[in-house]
Every structure is written in C-alpha cells, then in structure tokens.
Write a protein that binds this ligand. Structure first.
Ligand SMILES: NC(=O)c1ccc[n+]([C@@H]2O[C@H](COP(=O)([O-])OP(=O)(O)OC[C@H]3O[C@@H](n4cnc5c(N)ncnc54)[C@H](O)[C@@H]3O)[C@@H](O)[C@H]2O)c1
Ligand SMILES: [Zn+2]
Length: 386
C-alpha cells in the first residue's frame, strides 16, 4: 500500500440517458472547430451519426479522422496526428474504443512541432496539453477515458508501450449506454475482461491505496455481477450501462494505482503477435492471479467480503474467499469463450525466450505486482497459456 496517494480525474463526466447531448454545450464553449477521432468499425456501426448531428445543431464546424487502425503502432499514430495538426482544432472528440481514445489523447499534447510520438516514448514528461479533449467510449472497456495513459506498439521492440502523463487526462467524458448497446459479443467479452483485469490488478497492486480501492472494488462488484448478461443478452441495457460505468471506475483505479503482471506480460503479446489487448489479458488473468494468490490472499478475501456483503453470500475462511474470487474469474473467462491459447495466434515454443525477455522488460508494471515475478515465473506463466 502506498502511504501517499493522489486522485486525478477528468474535469467533468456526464453519464446516464441522453448524456450524448452534452456534446453541444461542450463544443459551444471551445474556441474553433472540433476534430473527431474515430475508426472504420465505429463508422460502420453508425456510432458517429448522433455526435456529428449534435455538432451541426450546435453550429460547430468539424472534421473527422477515421483512418486509425486498431491498436496502432507509433508510426501509424504519428501519421494520424500529422493530419490532425493541419486541422487547427479547438476541441478533440474521440468516439471509439481504447485505440481511438489513446491516439486522440496523444494528439491533444501533440498539436505542436516541439516533439513527436517517439520523443514522448523516450520522455513522456515533455507532454503539454495543447487542445481540450472529450472522450466518448464505445467499448466497456479500457477505461482510457479516465487515465493519463496512451498505449502504442513500438515495432522494433515488438512491444506495446504506455506513454503516461497527466496532461493526457481527458477534460470531458461522456458515458452513454447508446454507444455500447450493439457492441458485438466478441468485442464486449474481451474489452469487459480488460476492465475486470484493471479492477483486480489495481486492487492487488503494490500501489493500491484507499482512493484506488474505492474505484477498483466498486468496478469489480459491478463487473462480476453484470459481465455475462451484458455480453449474452442484447436487451440487457442495465447490465451494459453498469459495465460502462465499471470500466470508467476501473480506469480511475489505474490512474490512482496501477496494473500488475497480467498487463505487463500481456504487452509483448499485443506488440509482436497483435493479439487484441482484452484477449491477451483474458488469457493471463487466471494464471497470474493463481500465481499471485499467496501474496494477495488477504486482498482477495477482502474483495469477497465487499461483494458478499450486499448479496447474502456465506461466511468463509480467507482461503475459501480467495479461492472463490479466482474461481469466479475463471468462470467468466470460460463462459465468454475468449480465445485461451497462444498457439491460436501462431505463438510457439520457439518464441518463449523472446516473450520472457520482452515481458520482463515491462518493469513499470511488474514492480506493482505483490509477488515478485522472476524470468522463470514468466516462462511458466506463458507456458500455461500455450
Ligand atoms: N489508455 C489506457 O488507459 C488503456 C487501458 C487499456 C487498454 N488500452 C489500449 O486500448 C486499446 C484497445 O482498445 P479496445 O479494447 O477498446 O478496442 P479497440 O479500440 O481496439 O476496438 C476494437 C474493435 O472494436 C470496434 N468497436 C469498438 N466499439 C465498437 C462498437 N460499439 N460497435 C462495434 N464495433 C466497435 C473497433 O472499430 C475495432 O475494430 C489497446 O491499444 C490497448 O493497449 C489503453
Ligand atoms: Zn488493459
């Protein structure tokens, strides 16, 4: 547990029915046109129509940058940001999942020629906010709308790297259930388990503290209660809305605490093998939590108590409570049918050495893990998901 801690949040978060309408007043207070970041999947799902018509109603000019690939690398990000710079934006609006929001957040500190994406990878402290941002997540989700993080792949390192600077915390966030109503099950499942990983990792992190615990536990409770229904039942709008809020809370927990070995070991799987972020985290979630159990038992037991409290669940020993939490994580990952083997993505035994080396390089997150992870441990964990 940290003995000193801080809570940094977006300035205003709008949520609930009709929350999207706030686009008008936000855009109305900003000087100049809006640049809307999105991607082809969001366009095809028709999710840009309402935001753009609200901008029209507000009489605010806009342009759309929708050429972003999913989980872009730093060169792809720079290309979109170069196009963005020419637009002279007064407001950035991101409508999308973590991939879109992360690049929009980077753009907000890169409307300048003083430094590039690669410069920020070397020295994130260079980042200064140039343009205000509005984040509208369409997955539930990365929680990027709450965090100061932007994750890009670095091709020569075959790794995904987080650029972290408070200047990238969003100014405005809109959490509107309309945006995730028709999220395809496969994407809802992987992104939902990403949020679950954020919650449980931040709660069992060396950086955990009373602020992050509040958000992580509430997120965990909401996700354990709602994730299956939100993914399985197209009409379960209450469960989907709960997931949207939970993903935001889990993002707030990341900002106040930090993720651990699941995310650390997951980064090379995204960077080199292009396994979607939520999928690689889902593969590692249970093996890492089982590995962490001896060091995290009290925390798992406390999480059980928090969840059990409102649901009349039985009293158990700390060992049983801890086992219940891990079993529940396993149940969720299995139920959601997320790919569970690295071989499905062409990873073989010959790749292990490089994976271990790259995973062990994510020291920023490994230091948060309550149980030390040695290279031998990392190898065993990767072998478990082969
Ligand atoms: N900044 C952070 O704090 C943070 C935290 C976790 C993950 N990330 C990063 O976020 C990225 C992953 O983001 P993601 O998991 O949200 O997925 P994503 O943004 O990569 O989107 C995945 C796919 O889903 C489609 N999609 C998104 N919303 C949709 C909707 N409502 N309907 C139909 N299709 C939709 C997109 O078009 C895309 O093809 C990774 O790069 C990851 O590293 C960032
Ligand atoms: Zn994540």
């Amino acid at each position: 547990m940290l003995t000193q801690y801080t809570l940094k949040m977006p300035h205003v978060v709008y949520s609930g029915e009709g929350a999207l309408d706030h686009i008008k007043e936000i855009a109305g207070t900003c000087a100049g046109k809006a640049v809307v970041f999105s991607d082809k999947g969001i366009m095809a799902a028709g999710l840009l129509e309402k935001p753009l018509s609200l901008l029209k109603e507000a009489g605010v000019g806009y342009s759309v940058l929708d050429g972003l690939p999913a989980e872009p690398d730093c060169e792809e990000a720079q290309k979109v940001i170069d196009a963005f710079k020419a637009e002279k934006a007064g407001l950035i609006i991101a409508v999308g999942g973590g991939s879109v929001m992360d690049i929009a957040k980077l753009a907000s500190v890169l409307a300048t020629d003083a430094y590039t994406v690669r410069d920020l990878l070397d020295d994130p402290c260079l980042a200064k906010k140039c343009v205000p941002t509005l984040m509208i997540p369409t997955t539930a989700g990365t929680g990027s709308e709450a965090t100061p993080n932007s994750i890009v792949a670095v091709p020569e390192k075959e790794l995904k790297v987080g650029i972290v600077n408070d200047a990238m915390i969003a100014d405005y966030v809109i959490l509107d259930g309309e945006m995730i109503k028709n999220l395809p099950r496969k994407i809802a499942a992987a992104t939902g388990v990403d949020a679950l990983a954020h919650a449980i990792e931040c709660y069992t992190s060396n950086k955990a503290n009373p602020f992050s615990d509040t958000f992580a536990l509430e997120a965990l409770d909401l996700i354990l209660t709602n994730i299956e229904r939100a993914c399985d039942d197209p009409d379960a709008l209450d469960a989907k809305n709960a997931m949207l809020i939970a993903a935001f809370y889990a993002g707030a927990a990341i900002t106040a605490s930090g993720t651990t070995a699941v995310h650390a070991l997951s980064y090379p799987l995204g960077g080199k093998y292009h396994i979607p972020h939520g999928v690689s985290n889902a593969m590692l979630l249970v093996p890492v939590m089982k590995f962490n159990e001896p060091a995290c038992r009290d925390r798992f037991a406390a999480a059980y108590d928090r969840i059990a409290g409102g649901k009349g669940m039985p009293q158990r020993t700390p060992e049983e409570k801890s086992a219940w939490i891990i079993r529940r994580l396993d149940e969720i990952v299995t139920h959601l049918e997320i790919p569970s083997s690295l071989r499905e993505y062409g990873v073989g035994d010959q790749d292990l050495d490089a994976l271990v080396e790259a995973g062990m390089d994510v020291k920023r997150l490994l230091v948060n893990n309550m149980r030390e992870v040695t290279p031998e441990d990392a190898r065993k964990l990767y072998m478990e998901i082969m």
